[in-house]
Ligand binder design. Structure first.
Ligand SMILES: O=C(O)c1cccc(C(=O)CC[C@H]2O[C@@H](n3cnc4c(=O)[nH]cnc43)[C@H](O)[C@@H]2O)c1
Length: 229
């Protein structure tokens, strides 16, 4: 007899049986995650490509080929100033599609405002809190909050301000989380998003991105995923 929770499937002997799929965008992120997982056979890690479409398609294909209890969108991301500093980690409370909508003379109208239905997939709250607590206990800087999925990385102060005004609780932005979550949700599988912050959301300064620092944080966080999921 197994007891099921968002954080895992615990067998009668106390062992966890849940298989976990981790979806990154690029190979460097996949390798960073694999370093942290230290060869655990319970986790599969794929690099599905950048953007929500590639992420959703890659996730759906992997879920069709295997049996998983949980899916994690993981990688580097941009942090909203004052919420998620460079080098820190963000565990998403929800994976929110922020780019889908329409321009109007009065400004951007979101897909939700246009009546397209929900553009947000909530993460399982207990697991989010457990993961954030475990990351903090390991000495890592972590915050929780919505992570926005965008198709164009923010590159101006104006876009950053507009996004922050529309989503004042947002902690980070990246390009895949909502796609991964929609694919998982369609199969009734819990989805999480974990971002290591490489840059601030704001005026583009690619040379200033701390990619290696963020990949190191991602490796450290993956080691904690082993304990929590
Ligand atoms: O150039 C490299 O060495 C390198 C190593 C690892 C990752 C990359 C990427 O460019 C990853 C692309 C991926 O990163 C996310 N991301 C990061 N910052 C932002 C942002 O400010 N806004 C949106 N997305 C961001 C995103 O998920 C991309 O798919 C390069």
């Amino acid at each position: 007899m197994n007891s099921q929770s968002a954080a895992g499937t615990e067998a009668a002997d106390g062992t966890r049986a849940q298989r976990v799929l981790i979806v990154t965008a690029v190979a460097a992120e996949r390798e960073a995650v694999l370093r942290g997982l230290r060869g655990s056979s319970r986790f599969d890690v794929i690099a599905a490509g950048a953007g929500p479409a590639a992420a959703a398609a890659g996730t759906a294909a992997a879920l069709a080929a295997g049996s998983y209890g949980c899916v994690v969108s993981a990688g580097i991301g941009g942090g909203f100033p004052g919420r998620a500093p460079v080098g820190s980690l963000v565990v998403a409370s929800e994976m929110l599609e922020a780019a889908l909508g329409a321009e109007t003379p009065e400004g951007f109208r979101s897909a939700a405002e246009l009546g397209f239905g929900s553009v947000s997939v909530p993460a399982p709250g207990g697991t989010v809190q457990a993961l954030a607590a475990a990351l903090a206990a390991a000495g890592l800087t972590v915050s929780t909050g919505p992570v926005l999925t965008v198709s164009t990385a923010t590159g101006t102060a104006g876009t950053a301000a507009a996004l922050a005004a529309r989503h004042p609780e947002a902690a980070a932005e990246a390009m895949e989380g909502h796609g991964v979550a929609v694919a998982a949700h369609a199969l009734g599988i819990a989805a999480l998003e974990l971002r290591a912050i490489s840059n601030a959301v704001g005026p583009r300064d690619r040379a200033a991105w701390k990619i290696n620092e963020a990949l190191d944080a991602l490796t450290a966080a993956a080691a904690i995923l082993l304990e929590v999921l």
